[in-house]
Design a protein around this ligand. Structure first.
Ligand code: SAH
Length: 379
């Protein structure tokens, strides 16, 4: 039988259930925890997760876990793990470390003891008596201790999954691509509905919407660390990537628009969309949101407006929220989703949200204010 791995997908705070749902939609049984989601899968599944997950950070393999309260237990526990299944005698393997609520709290010591134990294990497994060269394939390990439970993981992703590779320029306040995708997956939007972002900046939301609408795997334009590892079945790279390309939907008509009051940002958004191969799928325009009125009776609007975080800018931001309220409230069949850190948003907008969701935009605590549409039965 094909080997199964325990896979740990790491996630930004607040998005665990979104990543869990993405994996369930891919057909996996998941266990959702804080900042991470676990599932069991083959090498093909690991590559699929890297290619397809829109809202996760990284896909890691759990090499093993055990309890340790002393450095000796840590050393022996690590040495007992099958690290030689994942590392060659010449692999370059930095060991990152973390410790929380544990007897072994000195992270540098935990890291160096883990490294020592792995070096010894590899020397024995590969019959090498000299120093390990570490000039082979790259394998980022991490040793994590929480309540004396040690877990050793191997990163299969490389640069975080939010780095899709399409962004050429970003402007002053870009959303991370995986966070933008999550904001969209939290709405009721689907590819047959109009989508508009009235404050699009560098275009992250419209671009992620187009990727979702076209059913394009966000990782198709990049590679992952696992694809360079010796023990990985390299034929899978072609098979799983071909499988992903076959799933793309180039036929549906998309109606995705992005506007910004700053003409330079519109140019940047157009460049980024072009780089993502989505120029034909998104209409970007230079417009003040006060001048927008939808042609369509129903649709979904997602906005990441200025938050007024910097001194003296709050008033202007709240003035903008007020304008939004005046314009958007009458659009009964449009769902509106607005992200901001301003706790006074609803007051400025002039309407209580149907639902609020607590999220983190990077380090910043924000709320996702949702105004759900009334059903449009005429459709
Ligand atoms: N989500 C974007 C960042 C948006 S930052 C990204 O990922 O890049 C907020 C944007 O709102 C800025 O680009 C700013 O130019 C724009 N903005 C501010 N006031 C506006 C207005 N009145 N109408 C339209 N856009 C506005």
């Amino acid at each position: 039988m094909e080997k199964k791995y325990t896979i740990m997908v790491t996630v930004a705070a607040g998005l665990e259930s979104v990543v869990g749902q993405e994996l369930k939609n891919m057909g996996y049984d998941v266990r959702v925890d804080n900042y991470r989601v676990f599932f069991e899968g083959t090498q093909a599944d690991i590559l699929r997760a890297n290619l397809w997950l829109r809202t996760a950070d990284r896909v890691k393999i759990v090499i093993g876990s055990f309890e340790a309260k002393t450095f000796e237990e840590l050393f022996q526990g690590i040495k007992a793990l099958p690290v030689e299944d994942y590392l060659n005698y010449d692999s370059e393997f930095p060991v990152a470390g973390r410790s929380r609520n544990s007897a072994l709290h000195s992270v540098p010591d935990v890291q160096s003891i883990t490294k020592k134990a792995i070096v010894q294990k590899l020397q024995e497994a590969y019959h090498v008596r000299t120093r390990l060269p570490e000039n082979g394939f790259f394998a980022q390990l991490e040793v994590m201790i929480s309540k004396d439970q040690v877990m050793l993981t191997l990163d299969t992703t490389g640069p975080s999954l939010f780095k899709r590779g399409y962004r050429v320029e970003k402007g002053p306040a870009p959303l991370k691509e995986n966070f933008a995708a999550a904001l969209i997956l939290l709405t009721n939007w689907n590819k047959d509905m109009p989508f508009v972002d009235p404050t699009c900046g560098s275009g992250t939301l419209p671009i992620e919407a187009a990727l979702i609408g076209r059913n394009l795997a966000p990782g198709l334009t990049r590679t992952f660390d696992i694809e360079k590892m010796d023990w990985f079945d390299h034929e899978l790279s072609d098979t799983i990537r071909d499988e992903a390309e076959d799933k793309a939907d180039y036929d549906s008509e998309l109606n995705i628009k992005g506007y910004d009051v700053d003409a330079r940002m519109v140019k940047i958004a157009q460049e980024n969309a072009k780089h993502a191969g989505l120029s034909q799928d998104i209409t970007f325009g230079h417009m003040d949101l006060a001048d927008w009125y939808p042609e369509e009776e129903a649709g979904v609007l997602v906005s990441n407006p200025p938050y007024g975080e910097r001194m003296g800018e709050l008033e202007a931001a709240e003035e903008l929220y007020k304008t939004m309220g005046i314009l958007y409230k009458p659009l009964k069949h449009w769902s509106k989703y607005i992200l901001t850190s301003d706790l006074n948003f609803e007051k400025a907008y002039g309407q209580k949200a149907t639902k609020k969701r607590k999220l983190y935009n990077g380090q910043l605590r924000v709320d996702y204010f949702q105004y759900w549409a009334k059903p449009n039965f005429k459709k």
